[in-house]
Structure formats: structure tokens, C-alpha cells
Design a protein around this ligand. Structure first.
Ligand code: MG
Ligand code: MG
Length: 262
């Protein structure tokens, strides 16, 4: 079942999405070698609750925490641990909230300390994949057009596109129809209509596309052990253009100021 949202509902999803962006900006302040994912998780949970919202992931299908924190070869759905993150690592932080009955769902992959040029480039390209996929979410296009843009840009740069996990519709439920694969053929799949709200979230691997599930039953890791990156926005399909409801702006503001301090 695909739900097209009213303007009122879209505003509520925007509020939820923006709160996730603010939560991730709080997390961004703490990212440095030595911090533990569980410390990030505690700060995010408190921030969300202080803003009158409910952590969207905690308890979802039994997930134990507020954040999914996925380090290095972990792609998504990592459970926050008390293992300090090391210089040169990356950590994908995915967060959801429920506010006024609607979900927001946003992810950002952070560099921890100094990362290699190779890893920095993977993160930049994955952000570009997100931008290109988002730009294709226009009324009259099809789901496959989003995946095509993401896949083409990733593979042109020699990266692997994860296929087992996908973006999704978003609203009163965290995962609504339709699925939004990060690969696809132009002109294939469901036609996009105005008012469709989607979470678009490329997961791009430095190496091959294959992934496997870790023993904890949650964490998805790359099969070849190489680093993976993940960025996510919530958007609404409009006529002639897409509207991005979430923002990474506050996160990037924090990161920019950190660099200036060093
Ligand atoms: Mg997410
Ligand atoms: Mg999502």
C-alpha cells in the first residue's frame, strides 16, 4: 500500500526529519577517536526525548538502541557498542524519531580523525550518489530512475552498490511501500506521484557490493571486509522537482567548525 501524503502530513514528517538532523548534529559534536558508539547513543536518546519525541529505532523489531552505528566494514544496522572508535575509521550513524505520530529517518557517515584519501573519496561520492538519486525523485519519473542515478555514479567510480538493503516510503510507519533500491533501470518500477514521501539511502562499498549478516543478527557487513558508506535523506515527490525534507546542514556546520579549531 502506497500512501500519498497531505500537505499537513508532509509538514509533520518535515518536523520529524529536521529533529533527526539536529540530533545527528549533536552526535557530530562528539565524534572523535576514543568516543564509543554507546556514548553517542545516550546523547541522541536524551536529545530526542528532550524535544518531546520518541527514538524511532529503539524497540523497532526488537532493535535495542536509538542509533544504528556502523563502523568501517559495517554497512548498516550496527548495534552501538562500548568499543572506542579509532582514528582513521568511519562511522555511519542512522537515526529515526517519531514526533506527532510521524517518522523521520536520516543517516550520515562521519570520518573519525584523519581518514585516508581513498575513504574520504568514498564518502564524497556516496553523498553525490544521494544527491543524484534525490534529484530523480520527481513526479512522472519512476522508482528505477532513482536507483539508476545512484548505481551509475557509484559504479562509474569503481564502487559496489549494496542491493540487499533499500530505501523506502516513510510516514506513520518507518518502512512503507515502495521499496527504493539503490540500483535500477531507467523507466522501470512504480511511477512517482506528488505527495509520495521517500527515504533515499545509498549504501556504497569501497570494494565489491556483496554483504553478509553478522552473528548478532542485526549488523550488515561487507563480505570483503572493506569500508562502506551510507547517507540518507527524507524527500517528498513534487511536480517538476523534489523537495528535501531533512537536512545535513547542521551536521556539516558542526564538522566545519571542528576543522577550524584544529
Ligand atoms: Mg535510516
Ligand atoms: Mg531508512
Amino acid at each position: 500500500m502506497v500512501y500519498l501524503k497531505t500537505e499537513e502530513e508532509i509538514e509533520l514528517i518535515r518536523e520529524s526529519s529536521l529533529l533527526v538532523g539536529k540530533t545527528l548534529a549533536e552526535v557530530a559534536k562528539l565524534i572523535k577517536p576514543g568516543v564509543t558508539p554507546l556514548e553517542l547513543d545516550a546523547v541522541a536518546e536524551e536529545f530526542i526525548k528532550d524535544h518531546g519525541a520518541i527514538p524511532g529505532f529503539k524497540g523497532y523489531n526488537g532493535f535495542p538502541n536509538t542509533l544504528c552505528t556502523s563502523v568501517n566494514d559495517q554497512v548498516v544496522h550496527g548495534i552501538p557498542s562500548n568499543q572506542p572508535i579509532e582514528n582513521g575509521s568511519v562511522i555511519s550513524v542512522d537515526c529515526g524519531v517519531v514526533l506527532n505520530g510521524f517518522y523521520g529517518d536520516v543517516a550520515y557517515t562521519f570520518e573519525v580523525g584523519e581518514v585516508s584519501d581513498e575513504i574520504h573519496q568514498l564518502l564524497e561520492t556516496t553523498k553525490e550518489c544521494l544527491r543524484k538519486g534525490v534529484a530523480a525523485a520527481v513526479a512522472g519519473n519512476r522508482i528505477g530512475d532513482i536507483g539508476y542515478e545512484i548505481q551509475k555514479h557509484a559504479e562509474d567510480n569503481g564502487y559496489g552498490v549494496v542491493r540487499e538493503l533499500v530505501g523506502h516510503g516513510l510516514g506513520k510507519n518507518l518502512h512503507e511501500a515502495p521499496e527504493v533500491p539503490n540500483y535500477g533501470r531507467r523507466g522501470s518500477g512504480m511511477k512517482l506521484k506528488e505527495g509520495l514521501v521517500l527515504a533515499i539511502e545509498p549504501m556504497i562499498n569501497l570494494g565489491k557490493r556483496n554483504v553478509k549478516q553478522a552473528a548478532d543478527g542485526w549488523t550488515i557487513v561487507t563480505a570483503d571486509g572493506l569500508v562502506s558508506a551510507h547517507f540518507e535523506h527524507d524527500v517528498v515527490v513534487r511536480k517538476d522537482q523534489v523537495e528535501v525534507l531533512s537536512t545535513h546542514e547542521w551536521i556539516e556546520e558542526v564538522l566545519k567548525n571542528k576543522v577550524n579549531i584544529i
